[in-house]
Unconditional design. Sequence first.
Length: 259
Amino acid sequence: MFRIDTGRPSRYCDGLTRRSFVQLGMAGLASVPLSALLRAKEQSAAAGNPDKDTSTILIWLDGGPSHMDTYDMKPLAPEAYRGIWKPIQTNVSGIEVTEMFPQHARHADKFSIIRSVHHNHLDHFSGGHYMLTGRGGASGGDKSLKFPSIGSIAAKFAGDRRPGFPSSVSVPAASSIGLRPGYFGAHFLGRHRDPFQTGGDPNNENFSVNRFDPPACLTTPQLEDRQQLLLAFDQFRQNIEQPNVFWFWSWASSGELPA
C-alpha cells in the first residue's frame, strides 16, 4: 500500500476522503507487476498507439508569494491570518484567485489547483528538500542533499527522450534555497543525473549555452583529430578483448610456440 499523508481529510459526497481515493488508486497501480506494465506498453505500441511526448515544467519560486496571496486568500479569516489581496472570481464557478491575477483568472478551466500538497516543516531547507525529493532529512543545521530529486529519478528511469538531449533541464540554473544544484541534485544516482543548467535566460537576444561551446584555442580540425583518436582507442580496446588476440599476446610474451 502506497500511503500519502495529506493531513486532515475532507470527504466527497460519496463518503470517500481524498486520502482514501489516493490510497485506492495507488494500491491498484502497485498491484500490477512491472512486467505487466511493460507488456501493456509494448502491446499499445504494436497497435499503433505511440507514446505521448509528455514533459513537465516545474516553476520553483524560492521565497515566492504565499498561497494566501495567490490561490487561498482566506478572506473570512481574522486580519492576522488572511491575505492582503482580495479574491476575484475565475471563469470556473467556485474557484477564486487573487485580484493580482486577472489574466490568470480567465484560464482557470485550463489548470488545476492541488490543495492537498503541503508540509508542516517550519524550516525552509527541510521544506524545500521534502517538496523536491519527497523525503525529509535536511534542515537549516544540515543543508546537504539526502535523496535524489524527483527530476533526477525521472531522468534515471525514463531516460533521454531524444539522443544527445538531457532529460532534465533547469533554466537558468538549478537552485533551491540558494543551493546549487541543491535539492534538484541526483545524489547517489550520480552527477550525470543532475539537471542540465543553461546558465542564462533563453529569452535574451545573445543567449547561448556556454557548455556546448568548444574552447577558443580548439579548432575544428583539432576536434576532428581527437574524435578519430578516440575511435582508434575504442577499436583497439575491442580488438584486444577478442580471444585470438589474447592468445597471440600470450604466445608472443612466452616466446614459445603453441603445441
